[in-house]
Design a protein around this ligand. Structure first.
Ligand SMILES: Cc1ncc(COP(=O)(O)O)c(C=O)c1O
Length: 364
């Protein structure tokens, strides 16, 4: 049997032809018109007013913090169950990430726990839509407004996912997406920031372009560095965007197929998932023995991956959080496993995977 990876990107002649045509056209590869075209496509898709492409999601989050004036002495609330880029972006902006436990239904930040961590230094809340799911976003907005916090949405895993028919990433001041290789669409590396504020949009543009308002002249009225995207990647992104709608519906079908086949196995639990709004990035299941199941699947040529350890258990955060317990993130981090999740998977492959999982539990 052909090995089934946990994730693989999907390109075809469309991307290859577009890159070839772009190279033949004499493009300079650097950020220019193709990047603008991709920014427009992403803004239209998410219904944000503005979009700014940048090198990746980690830098995008850091730019969002910088644009909002967050830095030294400031604290930012970050969920304790997320990819390490979320809290590390806060560190890169020289501020302090303050970890907060997550809610057991969504694995997104628990606002009750967040309220307990607010101090006079708290300036922002980074809401991570874990695996495309979210809590009630109007409540998150109200919470931030009530506590005078900026809302940054780390929607890296949520491109194609909505809350009440509104795209995730557009509820706060700035939303951030990632187009790294495992994402629903990819540009190899890549990040997009969306905002409805013209002021923040201009600030983000300056941040990524040496503080200039226009290229081609060396006038720097603001701080800025070089976090620009490339047109070479944008050409790939534009082709990937054409495939997005199909992939969103395919991700939902895949999740449903897995769910229908495995939900009756008592040892496996799924999170509540509203497939009208949520396009699960990865297929996540929660079991008592994720390592053994992962090993069993590996022996059958099926890739699986553990979800993230709770952030406070990572070496770089341990010391600051010694003796602190985050029960929900600890519990779900200990039980989470990502099954093969590429939109390229066929129904037959899913049937092989669920067959192997069912076989594993039937032998216990
Ligand atoms: C929740 C979350 N935030 C941020 C990132 C970082 O994005 P990038 O890899 O594009 O830097 C990721 C990447 O997977 C992520 O899952």
């Amino acid at each position: 049997m052909k090995a089934i990876p946990q994730m693989e990107p999907w390109f075809d002649d469309a991307e290859a032809d577009a890159v070839f045509a772009y190279m033949k056209s004499g493009g300079w590869l650097m950020e220019y018109k193709k990047t603008e075209e991709l920014e427009r496509l992403i803004a239209d898709y998410t219904r944000a007013k503005y979009c700014v492409m940048t090198v990746n999601g980690t830098v995008g989050l850091t730019m969002a913090l910088l644009a909002l004036g967050i830095g030294r002495e400031d604290e930012v609330l970050v969920p304790n169950l997320t990819m390490i880029a979320s809290p590390n972006a806060v560190r890169l902006a020289a501020a302090r990430p303050v970890l907060v436990d997550v809610d057991a239904e969504t694995l997104c930040m628990d606002l009750t726990c967040a309220a307990e961590r607010i101090t006079s230094r708290t300036k922002a809340l980074m809401y991570v839509a874990f695996n495309g799911r979210s809590g009630a976003m109007e409540k998150v907005r109200e919470f931030c407004a009530h506590h005078a916090l900026a809302l940054i949405e780390d929607a890296a895993q949520a491109f194609g996912s909505f809350y009440n028919s509104k795209h995730l990433g557009v509820f706060g001041e700035i939303g951030s997406f990632s187009f790294s290789v495992p994402k629903i669409i990819t540009t190899g590396q890549g990040g997009a920031l969306v905002t409805d504020s013209e002021e923040l949009y201009k600030k983000l543009r300056r941040l990524k372009d040496f503080g200039r308002d226009t290229g081609g002249a060396d006038i720097h009225n603001d701080w800025g560095w070089n976090f620009k995207f490339t047109d070479l990647q944008a050409v790939v992104g534009i082709e990937q965007m054409k495939k997005l709608a199909w992939r969103v519906s395919r991700k939902k079908q895949l999740y449903k197929r897995y769910y229908d086949a495995l939900c009756a196995i008592p040892q496996i639990s799924f999170l509540p998932t509203d497939l009208t709004n949520t396009s699960p990035w990865f297929i996540d299941i929660y079991v008592d023995d994720p390592d053994r199941l992962q090993q069993y699947l590996k022996e059958k040529g099926i890739g699986a991956r553990r979800i993230y350890p709770a952030v406070h258990k990572q070496k770089i955060y341990q010391q600051a959080y010694q003796g602190v317990s985050f029960p929900i993130s600890e519990q779900y981090a200990a039980r989470g496993l990502w099954l093969p999740s590429s939109s390229k998977l066929t129904d037959e492959e899913v049937d092989i995977i669920v067959g192997a999982v069912a076989e594993y539990y039937s032998k216990l």
